[in-house]
Design a protein around this ligand. Structure first.
Ligand code: XBP
Ligand code: MG
Length: 265
């Protein structure tokens, strides 16, 4: 299996931008209001709900404990679909205002990867419409040109921690897991990527700031900050050189673990 770093796969929410607390959460609350529903998700409640990936699934999960939700599962499903659809429209309006910015180092690293010939792709649990709304505001109308493929919830209905979205991304870019590095912010994202053997770098986001990320190749507060690697080493900030070093160390450790496993048999 070839193991040179050939592509970077980006998660979206929490990784590229802090879209959850002041984006999706606010849009959900606006949608609840429009639908005459008394539900509001405060910052803390939404943080707990983020353990359920997918906005539609999150809403359906929360509705189970809401007295005002329809009692028939079919009606609940129908209402969740309508509210979620409207939430995404409201989210697009919020993104157009430009108040949500790319997280530190994201645009720089994307530019550096492009110059270094490292391909880029997207693997996200969010809907394509939301990626479009966010990325066109952050990176301009031609943002698609930057990515070999953009895999969203519309392509991968089984959401993270299911690895489907990464499996599809690898197929579309035509690379093995060993040739890519994923950038993620959540435990579910880490699980989805690393269960396929993808080297994963964590950039801590607001909602997962206190989580432990066992199995990550490196963890940083943001891409402009220092990264702590699995082998305990620290590098100053994430650039292409740091990405290659993190990836090479991960690959070496993987080989060592495989040899140790063989010897134990
Ligand atoms: C984040 C998610 C999404 C968003 C909301 O995905 O779990 O569900 O919170 O988007 P990722 P939708 O971190 O993989 O980008 O309402 O479209 O699901
Ligand atoms: Mg994320």
């Amino acid at each position: 299996m070839r193991t040179t770093l050939s592509a970077l796969i980006w998660d979206v929410d929490g990784t590229v931008a802090e879209t959850e607390r002041d984006g999706h959460r606010l849009a959900f609350n606006q949608a609840f209001e429009e639908f005459g529903l008394p539900w509001r998700w405060d910052v803390q409640t939404y943080g707990a709900l983020l353990r359920v990936t997918g906005g539609f699934e999150r809403l359906l999960y929360d509705m189970r404990s809401r007295a005002q939700a329809p009692s028939s599962p079919r009606e609940r499903d129908r209402l969740a679909h309508s509210v979620h659809r409207r939430k995404n429209e409201l989210y697009a309006c919020l993104m157009k205002k430009g108040e949500i910015r790319a997280r530190p180092g994201v645009s720089r690293l994307m530019d550096e990867c492009e110059s270094a010939g490292i391909s880029q792709a997207v693997a996200t649990t969010t809907s394509r419409a939301n990626v479009e709304a966010l990325f066109s505001t952050l990176f301009g109308a031609h943002w698609h040109e930057r990515f070999v493929t953009v895999v969203c919830a519309d392509d991968a209905p089984a959401k993270k921690p299911d690895p489907l979205v990464y499996r599809i991304a690898l197929q579309r870019i035509g690379l093995d897991a060993g040739q890519v590095l994923a950038v993620e912010d959540s435990p579910h994202g880490l699980e989805a990527a690393s269960s396929l053997g993808i080297c994963t770098l964590i950039t801590r986001s607001q909602y997962f700031a206190a989580d432990a990320f066992p199995g990550a190749a490196g963890v940083c507060d943001d891409l402009d900050g220092a990264v702590e690697c699995a082998d305990g080493r620290r590098s100053m900030r994430i650039d292409v050189r740091a990405l290659r070093a993190i990836h090479a160390t991960w690959q070496r450790d993987l080989r060592l673990r495989a040899i140790a496993n063989l010897e134990r048999r």
